[in-house]
Design a protein around this ligand. Structure first.
Ligand code: MG
Length: 201
């Protein structure tokens, strides 16, 4: 599955850290997931949200995307991935929500994607919806996918087995998931891994 040309033009103008080959692999993972409620954790400016939202729109699914929109550690001033264009001049804080709103508006995916502006830890206290697809992006350390149904797909981005190449939390998430016996790996593309839930305790 590929994005239509008009959405390729949108994502070309969205800031983010998702190479095209990984985006295509992510779309393939979503396209093979069951219809239902899908969740993305780590929205940033919504680049991967467009890829996933488009697939959701073709599969009668709905995508929730969670981010506090204040940037990860590596996006803060003085860090490698800081972008001064994303700083709110009044608060002095990074704020990627306006960029996400623009992305969703340009892509026409506002009815398919529901953004949740919050820290995932606070969302975890009330979130109850069973998920058929979960994409973890950014440096997340949460326990793996308590709401992912059996047969559900877990995609994790930014996996670097070598600490010299990148942060370890995503790799640890995948290691824990595989070690639990509840997940099997079904695909891999550069720093993206795709797992399927085969059991739950
Ligand atoms: Mg990423």
């Amino acid at each position: 599955m590929l994005l239509p040309q008009r959405l390729l033009e949108v994502v070309a103008g969205v800031k983010g850290f998702l190479p095209e080959n990984e985006a295509i692999a992510l779309m393939a993972a979503a396209a093979s997931a069951e219809t239902g409620v899908w969740l993305e954790i780590g929205t940033y400016c919504g680049k991967s949200t467009v890829y996933l939202g488009y697939v959701a729109s073709q599969h009668d699914s709905h995508l929730i995307t969670i981010d506090h929109h204040q940037g990860s550690e590596e996006n803060q001033p003085g860090w490698e991935w800081h972008d001064t264009e994303l700083v709110n001049c009044e608060t002095g804080r990074l704020d990627t929500l306006p960029a996400l709103r623009r992305t969703l508006w340009l892509s026409g995916l506002e009815t398919v994607v529901t953004p949740v502006v919050a820290d995932t830890r606070s969302v975890a206290t009330w979130f109850q919806t069973p998920l058929t697809f979960l994409f973890l992006d950014g440096n997340h350390t949460e326990d793996v996918a308590p709401h992912l149904v059996i047969g559900g797909t877990l995609a994790v981005h930014d996996i670097f087995e070598d600490p010299a190449k990148g942060g370890q939390p995503p790799w640890h998430v995948v290691q824990r998931a595989l070690a639990s016996g509840e997940f099997v790996q079904t695909a891999q593309c550069d720093s993206l891994r795709v797992l399927k839930r085969v059991a739950r305790s």
